[in-house]
Design a protein around this ligand. Structure first.
Ligand code: ATR
Length: 270
């Protein structure tokens, strides 16, 4: 049986084994997909061990995505732009690194939520690794522009300047956000993990889609959106399932259905 896995630390919470098992059942592919807890300083050792045991591919979650990038022998264009790898495939003994996070988000927005990105004004909050992973796939969809706001403005200014080659993106501080509505707001900060909410002016949200990369019934950002006349709010569960589907396709050259898996997880989580 072909072996696949997800590496992280912590990893016990991961939904990836369940998602990949649903995909493989649907498409009749015989595989095993396990969770592997890598010690913080031993990602390379743990990954090599899995490959030597015959592992054919794996996902990588926090905090190893940049280490997985450095571990890869070849990189896709998505991985290069993201500076991080969330999917590895062993192909003829070559370790190939891909990043499916950004296109997973784009598919969730455009297919599941029916939000076209072309011509839209999109405000992204945060300028860390999560933002770096989604910028190019969004810019590839030709938005009117991306406004990139971060608590530490130097970081968003720097990141915006690195992505200007892909499209219109402008970096500034969160405290400079105007109280003027945009089409879509994406929360790519890690604030929701701590139950926190970046300080944003309510006016920017009127009529917008508020999308949180975190998943959970109602994150503080989603709650803020609902209180400030957002048109729609969403957590990042759809992105999680869509990025998994793109990883699955990278390994097996088959596209699984995602809608039934998203519904199943929502049902289980109440
Ligand atoms: P990740 O890989 O998840 O993006 P990261 O690289 O540590 O994690 O980046 C976290 C992002 O969340 C940063 O943009 C951070 O802002 P700073 O660069 O100013 O630190 C942002 N962030 C975290 N907590 C926040 C909060 N309470 N309010 C606003 N921004 C926050």
């Amino acid at each position: 049986m072909s072996r696949f896995a997800v590496f992280g630390n912590p990893i016990s919470h991961s939904l990836s084994p369940m998602i990949h098992n649903e995909f493989s059942n649907e498409l009749g592919i015989d595989l095993s997909y396990e969770k592997i807890l890598s010690p913080i300083d031993e990602f390379e050792f743990t990954a090599n061990q899995f490959i030597n045991e015959g592992g054919l591919g794996f996902n990588i979650t926090l905090p190893f995505k940049v280490e997985a990038f450095n571990f890869s022998q070849e990189l896709t264009s998505n991985a290069i732009a993201a500076g991080a790898v969330n999917t590895i495939k062993i192909d003829n003994n070559v370790i190939i690194g891909e990043n499916t996070d950004g296109n997973g988000l784009v598919n969730d927005l455009e297919i599941n939520l029916a939000e076209s990105l072309s011509g839209k004004e999109i405000l992204i909050i945060g300028a860390g690794g999560a933002t770096q992973g989604i910028l190019k796939p969004i810019l590839d969809k030709n938005p009117e522009k991306i406004l990139l706001a971060n608590r530490t403005s130097e970081k968003s200014v720097q990141l915006a300047s690195e992505f200007l080659k892909y499209g219109k993106v402008c970096g500034f501080g969160i405290n400079q956000i105007k109280s003027k509505p945009v089409d879509i707001i994406i929360n790519a900060t890690s604030a929701s993990i701590d139950g926190a909410m970046p300080a944003l002016p309510g006016g920017v949200c009127k009529g917008a889609l508020c999308y949180d990369l975190m998943y959970g019934a109602q994150t503080p950002f989603m709650k803020w959106g609902l209180e400030n006349s957002a048109r729609k709010v969403s957590d990042g569960l759809g992105m999680l399932v869509e990025q998994a589907a793109l990883s699955f396709n990278f390994w097996h050259a088959k596209s699984p259905r995602t809608d039934s898996v998203i519904s199943l997880i929502r049902e289980i989580n109440g």
